[in-house]
Ligand binder design. Structure first.
Ligand code: F6R
Length: 262
């Protein structure tokens, strides 16, 4: 795992977008794994700008989203399909037929989860997966004590997560209680994983996830087991990290990162 600390939230989001853009340029038919949420909104804004100004071409890309609320259709403003269309897909040249978000309205949710896993497999697996971290340390909606081998399935949301996202629904009582989510094992299968975390509110859980023990209580800690994970954070979110000197040194000197340094 590599850790990159950027001075601001904006710089962290821009670097994340550059890493995704680099993947798309090197592999135009990349299979991208997307996340939703406040943290990644500026990443998508940067990708849209790169598409318009630099011709970043998504026409051959495929995508899979991490999760979707059970019971919400794609035209519900709180759904993750709606989020992806309005924050990214409607503004770039990806073929929407090649974008998948789990179907939260499926009558047979177990079958939907299985089909989702199969679709990822048929696409050749995810080349680059973007994830955020929840206040309870989740990735996707893999709430505390999720199996670290889990696959796409339905999870009961943590009250912590319900409080975190209640604002999108006008109150916790209006929030869905369950979601379909890729499993930790599904995320670990990606060729590359980028975790973006910003803001002081996540400083404590971020440090637990990346410098604490590998454990099901904080499912983001599973990224320590990922073959090629990079964690991009802003100063505020990096406040509790202990190995900071090494992270900064490594980013400053690692040749692979030379094109990404400011
Ligand atoms: C969203 C997802 C979640 C979020 C996380 C952070 O698709 O899977 O794990 O990435 O809850 O959300 P924000 O960025 O809103 O704090």
């Amino acid at each position: 795992m590599e850790v990159i600390i950027q001075p601001t939230r904006e710089a962290a989001a821009l670097l994340t977008a550059k890493v995704i853009a680099d993947e798309v340029r090197k592999n135009p038919s990349a299979v991208l794994g997307f996340a939703t949420g406040a943290t990644v909104e500026p990443v998508y804004a940067n990708l849209i700008e790169m598409h318009h100004k630099e011709g970043l071409d998504f026409s051959l890309c495929k995508s899979f989203n991490l999760d979707e609320y059970v019971g919400l259709s794609g035209d519900h403003p709180g759904s993750y399909r709606y989020f992806m269309n309005s924050h990214l897909f409607d503004h770039i040249n990806i073929d929407k037929r090649n974008t998948r978000v789990p179907n939260g309205m499926a009558s047979d949710l177990a079958a939907e989860c299985l089909t989702y896993e199969e679709a990822i497999w048929h696409a050749g697996g995810i080349d680059l997966q973007l994830v955020g971290i929840g206040m309870d340390g989740h990735i996707g909606f893999n709430e505390p004590m999720s199996s670290l081998q889990s696959r796409t399935r339905v999870k009961q949301l943590n009250p912590v997560t319900i409080r975190q996202n209640a604002g999108y629904f006008g109150g916790a009582d209006k929030m869905p209680r369950r979601a379909i989510t890729m499993g930790v094992g599904t995320i670990l299968d990606s060729q590359r994983c980028v975790l973006l975390a910003t803001g002081s509110a996540k400083a404590e859980i971020l440090a637990e996830a990346i410098e604490g023990p590998f454990c099901a209580r904080v499912t983001a800690s599973a990224l320590q087991w990922h073959r090629r994970a990079v964690v991009i954070v802003d100063e505020a979110c990096a406040a509790n990290l202990k190995n900071r000197e090494y992270y900064d040194w490594s980013f400053a000197h690692e040749p692979e990162w030379a094109p990404f340094r400011g």
